[in-house]
Ligand binder design. Sequence first.
Ligand code: KIV
Length: 266
Amino acid sequence: MLKKVSVRTLKKIKDNGEKFSVLTAYDYSTAKYIDEAGVDVILIGDSLAMTALGYESTNSIGVEEMSIFTKAVAKGVNRAMVVTDMPFMSYTIDIPSALTNIGNMVKYGANAVKLEGCNDYIEKLVECTVNMGVPVMGHIGFTPQSQNVIGGHIIQGKTEEAAKELLKQAKKLEKAGAFSIVLEMVPEDVAKNITQNISIPTISCGAGRYCDGFVMVCDDCFGKFTDFTPKFARKYADMASLIKDCATKFDYDVKNGNYPNENEVY
Ligand code: KIV
């Protein structure tokens, strides 16, 4: 029986100076294989808005869609911690509606949720969510749900003042009770400083080599999503070509009478 990854597991990994892996997944079978591979955290990222649903940005996805993908992923996972990204507007209107949406994700199979940003409201919400019994993964630096306010996909924390502000936010999230924090598109030295100055694990999403955990969108990792690829993504396969190749062969076989053959009929 595999021991389920928990907030305590991830804290211990940080305290031991080790690293943990985080991959997104959006469906049952992909989640199953990622879990079997030993990845520690599986995130139902709202990146699925683009990679799985073809939307233009993460802001187009809602709680109903995230709940469907959460249910599918959770069914495929035994060991990894399952974290659901709370989508745009599902947690920022008011605390009661946020807690309802968050609680429902847990009912659908999430072990924790991820919330973007850090301000007085988010700090309060993190506190309330943890008090309700749901662990919170923070997310600061570039926060895609606020990309229209930020003005695009822009590296955050580049000035001394901005770097100090990020550290302040990380400390506030830690104090509010978050169990980990994603740092997205942050200079490596800034992420390193944050990692060394908080007790909870940091997770690098384009934040360099010195965080405690590292996250990638599975479709980038597998080479399946090709519309755009961030600089920090490493492609371990070329699934886009593999899928096209399989589909081309199937199409050829059907059209040339090679599929099905005598062993493939009842
Ligand atoms: O939506 C997502 O996949 C994410 C990760 C890349 C951190 O937020």
